[in-house]
Design a protein around this ligand. Structure first.
Ligand SMILES: Cc1cc2nc3c(=O)[nH]c(=O)nc-3n(C[C@H](O)[C@H](O)[C@H](O)COP(=O)(O)O)c2cc1C
Ligand SMILES: [Fe+2]
Ligand SMILES: [Fe+2]
Length: 396
């Protein structure tokens, strides 16, 4: 995309990576992503906020945008976040603009030196609340650790009440829309993004959202996805995702080799639905992990379905447990169901993979071979227990 001015003297010059399908070698990108970069031209100084990924296409398009914009001199480059999807072209920018200083947190400076061997003399670390004038424009730096690395900060352009929020509030979405006009689409992408990247830091985020209340914010420009011209949309969504109230939902990732666990899952889904509990079930052999993560954002209960394999859980179930444990969703209850042939430690091993979840473990249901009447009755009781627990906890 060519440079686009979206507030007086403020330009979007980032790169839409339409075809990228995987992020961090882990996260599926059904809609691609963007590496957003912004230029703010003040009456005296010009600043660049973030660079882009190091891929040759992204770097070339981005550097060309600086040329198209006629930037002869850059006073500062702001690095709100050190991750290479934003700092990947920093070294090239610094080589092209030898006078530019990098404004970032002290911690970010260390990380950028580690990641890209950037000369320590190029940095001018900024304290929390520090102010830098561009002439008729003022930048305020707001330290915001752990969204989603320890060095992160936000940059606030005071005269426009514009917040540059780095990965925070972002969405993996390649689009020609400069602004989040299709809010339903952006909501899904932003929720997925939150689930995959931000959810483990829910408590830090609660504090950041509180801190941001002191600022008047008319626009939010994140580092991925479109700009929010109506910031309340994304702030409300985040406030909902980070609060401590799960919904009346069960997330049920499962795997079945020969169909026994599958029958149990089918039965449990129907028994829960009959009691008014929403169930989001995921076959782990074909799952899009982003959808699974997104479902975990407000689930009240997580039930994992797995057969016993080589004395433990199926590796795909172990993967789902490891992922859920790392993402630290706010679920309050968990259970394990499945089938076995002769014995093993499936439940112990799987439960042991979930130490970060602050959940009450509900009774497990294990069928020997194909499930029979007694197993279905146990699943019926499990559904009843879950529905009751959700009701008592007031999950809506
Ligand atoms: C590769 C493989 C390894 C297995 N290892 C065990 C095991 O260690 N302990 C056990 O009790 N059952 C074991 N089983 C048996 C399955 O747990 C049992 O057949 C179960 O009913 C399969 O459930 P499913 O139909 O949902 O796949 C194994 C089955 C397979 C195919
Ligand atoms: Fe990041
Ligand atoms: Fe990022």
């Amino acid at each position: 995309m060519r440079p686009r001015e979206f507030a007086p003297g403020v330009y979007a010059i980032g790169y839409q990576d339409w075809d990228r399908r995987l992020f961090d070698a882990l996260i599926p990108l059904p809609d691609g992503t963007s590496y957003n970069s912004y230029v703010v031209k003040g009456s005296e100084k010009a600043v660049l906020i973030e660079t882009v990924d190091h891929s040759p296409e992204a770097s070339a398009a981005f550097l060309n945008n600086l040329t198209l914009l006629g930037i002869q001199k850059l006073d500062y480059v702001i690095a709100n976040h050190a991750e290479p999807d934003h700092s990947g072209t920093l070294a090239q920018v610094l080589a092209r603009f030898p006078e530019a200083k990098v404004l970032c947190t002290e911690r970010c400076r260390g990380m950028l030196i580690d990641l890209h061997a950037i000369d320590a003399g190029r940095f001018q670390p900024v304290a929390d609340g520090a102010v830098v004038s561009l002439g008729d424009r003022t930048l305020v730096f707001i330290h915001a650790a752990w969204v989603h690395w320890p060095e992160t900060m936000f940059t606030y352009l005071r005269e426009e009440a514009l917040l540059f929020s780095c990965d925070f509030l972002g969405a993996h979405l390649a689009t020609t829309d400069l602004f989040a006009t299709d809010e339903a689409r952006v909501y899904e992408a932003a929720r997925r993004y939150y689930a995959e990247i931000m959810m483990p830091f829910r408590t830090s985020i609660q504090n950041h959202l509180r801190k941001l209340q002191q600022y008047q914010i008319k626009m939010i420009a994140p580092s991925h996805g479109p700009v929010y011209g109506r910031p309340q949309f994304i702030l409300d969504a985040y406030n909902h995702w980070v609060n401590d109230e799960p919904s009346n939902t069960v997330v049920l990732p499962y795997v079945s080799m020969h169909g026994a666990t599958h029958k149990m899952v089918e039965y449990l889904v129907a028994a829960l639905a009959q009691r008014g509990v929403t169930v989001k079930r995921f076959d782990l052999t074909t799952v899009d992990t982003g959808r699974l993560a997104s479902a975990l954002v407000d689930a009240g209960t997580v039930v994992i379905g797995t057969p016993t394999v080589l004395a433990g859980p199926h590796p795909l179930a172990a993967y789902a447990a490891l992922l859920a444990n790392a993402l630290r969703p706010k679920a309050r209850f968990a259970s394990i169901i499945g089938s076995y042939g002769w014995g093993g430690k499936c439940v112990e091993i799987l439960a042991g993979l979930l130490p970060n979840l602050k959940v009450e473990m509900l009774p497990t249901v294990l069928a020997k071979g194909t499930p029979r009447e007694a197993d279905y009755q146990a699943l019926e009781r499990l559904a009843e227990t879950i529905a009751q627990k959700h009701k008592e906890a007031g999950f809506k």
